[in-house]
Design a protein around this ligand. Sequence first.
Ligand SMILES: [Zn+2]
Length: 249
Amino acid sequence: MKGQEFIAGTMFRLIRKMYRIWKSIPMHVMGTITHVSTSDMVAALTFDDGPDPVFTPLLLVILEKYNVHATFFMIGKAAEQHPDLVQKIAQGGHAIGNHSWDHPSFPSITGRERRKQIRASAKAVAPYGQKLFRPPYGHQTVASRIDAILLRYKVIAWDMNACDWEKHDAQWMANRLINRLKPGSIILLHDTLWDIMEKDAKDRVPVLEALDIFLEKVSRQFRFVTIPELLRRGRVQKQNWYVKDHNDW
Ligand SMILES: [Zn+2]
């Protein structure tokens, strides 16, 4: 009887182990990076949808004030219009990633169009761009995830945001960031909003003020690094991150 129990227990553990390995393979290959697991007091600020000729230079001043290096997920079409700004960002020690050519929702276009979007954006930020991709709106399907793999991009999502595509005052956004910050976080912010026409939400001054309050509060405890550096500093955490709605951000 004891022998049978032992065999049954061993079999159960073996099956459970195999199931875990089987489950982790698609996550390892198809998962999207949301943060890293680390006890180091490091985090990464990311800014999407730029560069913007008005707000990006103001943002660079704040980042320099706190000696912060960030990652900019740029729109190729905007980068092409502002090559000096792209160069200035790269020379400031920031990383530049790819946020498509003109921000379509990737599940709504064909694979051929998606790859064209990523390639055109990469060309616009060359030679400074890195193989880091952030899907517009965070929208992704299995097919669009495979396109990123084919082009050898790491897909970077986030685990924190300030809801900065909505109208909030600076203190509200700063508090949200302060309360949620933890080692290894990837923080989503925008130095402009590509396709939001509402003037109040488009104004980045409250976001810049929020960032200033946030960094004033936490930059002595936390070091803010680029995404490539963050990925070296901890164990990469992934999620199967497919078609997300705006409201899920
Ligand atoms: Zn975007």
